[in-house]
Design a binder for this molecule. Structure first.
Ligand code: NAD
Length: 253
C-alpha cells in the first residue's frame, strides 16, 4: 500500500512499529544524503560523475589504484564532516528501545555506529570506507597512513606486511561478498517480523534480496524511498517521502 500522504503514512508506520516485536532496518545511500554524502543514482549522484572501478581492475592496475585513492581522498572532507541525520537517529532510538537487535546496511560511511549502534550490531554488506585493508593478508590501515605514503611516493601504497595492494575496507563491484555479514543478514531477515528498507534503490544484488527474503519469511515490509523501487508491489507500506521528514518523528522514542 502506498501512503497517500506523509502524515497518514507516518501514523501507519508508528502503528506497525508498535505492533512488531523484532524490527530489522536495512539502509542504503538515501539515508545519508541529508548528511551531505551523495548517493549513487540520484541526479548529481556519484555515478553521474565517476565510473566505478571494478575489483579486478583495482588488483591488476596501479593506475586504477591511484585513481581510486585520489577519489577517496577527494571525498574525505565530505565523509569527515558527516554527522548522523534524522533517519540514523530514529533507527538508533529503535535500537535502544530493544526491538531492533542489529541493522543491515549497504552504506560504507560509519554513520550508524556514530548514531549509537555498537559496531558489532551493524552488518555492513559493502564494508566501510573510513579505514583501509590489505586485500592479501587483511591487515588494517588508517587512511592517514595510506595518504602519507601516497603523498611521499606519488602512488597508492602496498601492504607493509605482505606487499599486496591496500584498498578501502569496502566491497567493490566484482569483489566477493563478506560471508559472515551475508550469514547474519540472512538470519536477521528470516527472524524479524518487521523489515524496514530505507533509502535504497534496491537494484544492487545480492543486497536487494534481503527485503524479499524477509517478506517471504512472513515479516511485514516497509519501503521508505522517494523514488519507486521494484519491490514496492510486495511491500505492506510504501512511503515515497524524504527520509528525514518520515523518520524525524521517531527520533528519541
Ligand atoms: P542508490 O544510490 O542506488 O539509491 C539511493 C536511493 O535513495 C535512491 O532511490 C534515491 O531516490 C533515494 N534517496 C536519496 N535521498 C533520499 C532522501 N533524502 N529521502 C528519501 N529517499 C532518498 O543507493 P543504494 O541502494 O544504497 O546502492 C548504492 C551502493 O552505493 C550501495 O551499495 C552503497 O554501498 C554505496 N554507497 C554508499 C554511500 C554511503 O555510504 N553513504 C553513498 C553512495 C553509495
Amino acid at each position: 500500500m502506498i501512503a497517500k500522504d506523509l502524515s497518514s503514512g507516518v501514523e501507519r508506520l508508528g502503528e506497525m512499529i508498535a505492533e512488531a516485536s523484532v524490527i530489522v532496518p536495512f539502509t542504503g545511500a538515501g539515508i545519508s544524503t541529508e548528511c551531505g554524502i551523495p548517493d549513487f543514482r540520484s541526479p548529481g549522484g556519484l555515478w553521474t560523475r565517476n565510473r566505478p572501478i571494478n575489483f579486478d581492475e583495482f588488483v591488476i592496475s596501479q593506475e586504477a589504484r591511484d585513481e581510486s585513492w585520489r577519489r577517496r581522498f577527494a571525498m574525505e572532507p565530505t565523509f569527515a564532516a558527516a554527522k548522523p541525520g534524522r533517519g540514523h537517529r530514529a533507527l538508533a532510538s529503535l535500537y535502544r528501545s530493544g526491538k531492533t537487535p542489529a541493522i543491515i546496511t549497504q552504506n560504507i560511511d560509519n554513520l550508524h555506529q556514530a548514531s549509537g549502534f555498537k559496531p558489532e550490531d551493524v552488518v555492513e554488506l559493502h564494508g566501510n570506507t573510513t579505514y583501509a585493508r590489505c586485500i592479501g593478508c587483511g591487515k588494517s590501515f588508517d587512511l592517514q597512513w595510506v595518504r602519507a605514503r601516497f603523498e611521499e611516493h606519488g602512488r597508492a601504497p602496498d601492504c607493509s606486511a605482505c606487499d599486496e595492494p591496500v584498498k578501502t575496507a569496502t566491497i567493490s563491484f566484482g569483489q566477493a561478498m563478506p560471508e559472515e555479514e551475508m550469514r547474519r543478514a540472512t538470519e536477521l531477515s528470516q527472524t524479524c517480523d518487521l523489515f524496514l528498507a530505507i533509502g535504497s534503490s534496491l537494484v544492487v544484488w545480492p543486497a536487494a534480496g534481503f527485503p524479499l527474503m524477509a517478506k517471504r519469511n512472513g515479516a511485514k515490509l516497509v519501503i521508505i524511498n522517494r523514488e519507486p523501487t521494484e519491490q514496492d508491489d510486495i511491500a505492506d507500506l510504501v512511503l515515497r517521502y524524504d527520509i528525514g521528514e518520515t523518520l524525524g518523528p521517531f527520533v528519541g522514542n
